[in-house]
Write a protein that binds this ligand. Structure first.
Ligand SMILES: Cc1cc2nc3c(=O)[nH]c(=O)nc-3n(C[C@H](O)[C@H](O)[C@H](O)COP(=O)(O)OP(=O)(O)OC[C@H]3O[C@@H](n4cnc5c(N)ncnc54)[C@H](O)[C@@H]3O)c2cc1C
Length: 568
């Protein structure tokens, strides 16, 4: 199935709207200029369409299999992964001293988006390795870093995130995997983890499992958890492979989508592991990885939305149905299809802008602001991926519901993104309770000010006026929800999900405002300004409904008792 990377949109965003210059002028990116960044984006687009996309179909139809205790990836995956690694992509944004290229997050964002758009299942393999490398860089000792990070940066070895257990999903503090200290300073880990992406596979000989577990005698709950590196194969002191460690995939799940990405139950049976960072700081240390992954999952959403839009746009210009006066017409001529395609473009472009803006904040070491935006990016991009994939099916009619065009696969693949790396419900709670409540809303106020100061870029335009009105609603609902949280947490949290969507919608409007202001006086610029007008007309009005939903009295939700709600 072909994939056309949205190079023009990405380059416009980087160059004109989110200020790549401000990122590249930083001393740590002195080795990257605008031409290098553009060349990387263009090359990543070729890799996505020529190396990654060709494996996506077999990944879905054949999937990963478990044979004799070892996971086999779908046909073509291993070769595609080798080609991907040969291009140096796994270590793109990792430090040069560990073999990476130290490129900024905005470059990584572009690479991730396009790779995800070409095949989400495939792209989950390098992302887990990247996330593991980041944890090791932040929390491992020098010996572990020297051995593992260069091999993760080259893609020679891969990584996993090993948190979830059958009774410990969102409530990770219930985890029961135990770690017993050994005389040599290592730990022996025992337990069962579930849903571990790429827990086992045949693309690399070694896997860095980053495992949350409780050291014997540690307190219950999240505070008692520690973080460990558990190698798939034990390592000898001289850096060669020892015997296989006692961590293995005991089953892989049958699931709705991402069939090429093995979702493994992992048994740890006295597996050797090494403590990362301080004991009982596992959750805090894991946040290095969780933050990386929130942006990565957001970019999964952007990638899928972009791929769905591409397929729908192509189909709409080729499919002939209806027409006036006996003249056949492509369905792109029909008003309802136009409205649908413009909605897909406006949502995809808006959330792409917000995700790249967040990546740029990370590059500029404005981590508090980026941290505030991460739950919004993760939840909104994943919701948009599902919506845009569904609309792509609609544009295809019955031909979208059958497998041939690959749009129903996009919908199935997209559906995991609102769930993993913290469900969207948990992201909404995190935004309201921790990101806003904890900090006396200082970061929120600074963000309000940034949006307000950009309004002058669009004075007198539809997008300018709608963002001004949306911002006023966002301010009003924020202060009302914070007041309600002070009195009754459940009452405040009853508005959390519509609140996150409201905030994200205003922020996407802000991105369209900035894109429209930066657009040149040419055909592409006219397209951007039209999409900004469409966003103002079709999507910004949702802010009013979201504000009313966020203001619903929470007591409505607790008027019925649980038994009554669960009644059929
Ligand atoms: C394909 C796939 C790949 C995955 N990959 C990995 C991986 O690589 N590593 C890993 O560790 N895990 C992985 N996961 C696990 C994933 O992160 C969890 O499924 C997710 O965190 C939710 O946990 P759960 O499934 O137990 O749902 P639950 O926690 O049982 O949640 C069920 C519902 O209740 C809601 N809920 C739960 N608690 C609360 C609360 N306190 N307040 C409000 N609402 C709440 C949730 O939002 C959700 O809607 C993967 C899962 C899948 C399906």
């Amino acid at each position: 199935m072909t994939y056309r990377p949205p190079i023009d949109d990405i380059l416009f965003l980087l160059r004109e709207a989110i200020g790549a210059d401000a990122v590249l002028s930083r001393p740590e990116f002195a080795h990257v200029d605008a031409e290098t960044l553009e060349a990387a984006v263009r090359q990543a687009g070729r890799v996505a369409s020529e190396i990654v996309a060709p494996v996506n179909d077999a990944a879905d139809r054949i999937g990963a299999t478990l044979e004799n205790g070892a996971v086999r990836l779908p046909p073509g995956f291993v070769e595609a992964y080798e080609a991907f690694c040969a291009g140096g992509w796994p270590g793109l944004a990792l430090p040069e001293e560990y073999g990476g290229q130290a490129m900024p997050e905005i470059a990584q964002a572009a690479v991730s988006e396009m790779s995800n758009g070409a095949s989400l299942a495939f792209s989950m393999l390098p992302v887990c390795g990247r996330a593991a490398a980041r944890v090791l860089l932040a929390h491992a000792g020098a010996d572990i870093q020297a051995l593992w990070v260069p091999r993760l940066a080259s893609g020679e070895w891969s990584g996993t995130i090993v948190m979830t257990e059958p009774h410990a999903g969102s409530d990770i503090g219930q985890a029961r995997t135990v770690a017993a200290p050994q005389a040599d300073g290592s730990y022996s880990l025992t337990g069962t983890k579930i849903f571990i992406s790429f827990g086992d596979h045949d693309a690399t000989p070694q896997n860095a499992h980053i495992v949350l577990a409780r050291i014997e005698g540690a307190p219950p709950g999240v505070r008692g958890l520690s973080l460990f590196l558990v190698p798939r194969v034990t390592m000898e002191a001289d850096g060669t492979f020892g015997p296989r460690n006692t961590i293995a995939a005991s089953r892989i799940e049958e699931k709705m989508g991402i069939h090429g990405s093995p979702t493994c139950e992992m048994r740890l049976d006295g597996a050797t592991g090494y403590l990362l960072g301080e004991p009982e700081r596992g959750i805090q240390n894991m946040f290095t990885m969780i933050n990386t992954m929130r942006l990565e999952v957001a970019l999964e959403g952007v990638g899928i939305a972009g791929a769905a839009l591409d397929k729908a746009a192509r189909y709409a210009s080729e499919r002939i149905q209806g027409g006036s006066g006996g003249a056949p017409a492509a369905i792109v001529e029909h008003v309802d299809i136009r409205r649908t395609l413009l909605r897909m473009k406006a949502l995809t472009g808006g959330i792409r802008g917000l995700c790249y803006e967040t990546a740029a904040l990370l590059d500029r070491a404005r981590s508090d602001e980026a941290g505030f935006l991460l739950p919004i990016c993760k939840a909104l991009a994943s919701e948009i991926a599902v919506e845009v994939a569904s609309l792509a099916i609609q544009v295809h009619g019955g031909h979208g519901y059958i497998s041939e065009h690959g749009v129903e696969q996009l919908m199935r693949d997209a559906r995991i993104t609102p769930i993993y790396e913290g469900t969207n419900g948990i992201q909404a709670i995190d935004l309201l309770l921790r990101k806003i409540g904890r900090d006396d809303a200082k970061i929120l106020d600074a963000l309000f000010d940034r949006v307000a100061s950009d309004l002058e870029l669009a004075a007198g335009t539809e997008i300018g006026e709608s963002v001004a009105a949306g911002l006023a609603e966002w301010r009003r609902v924020s202060s009302s929800l914070l007041d309600r949280l002070d009195v009754d947490v459940n009452d405040g949290l009853s508005g959390a999900t519509p609140y996150l969507r409201l905030a994200g919608t205003v922020l996407m409007g802000w991105m369209w405002l900035r894109m429209a202001a930066a657009a040149k006086d040419d055909a592409y610029g006219a397209e951007i300004r039209t999409l900004a007008r469409f966003f103002a007309a079709d999507i910004m009005p949702e802010v009013n409904a979201l504000a009313r939903r966020a203001s619903m009295p929470g007591e409505i939700l607790y008027t019925l008792d649980s038994e009554r709600i669960a009644r059929i």
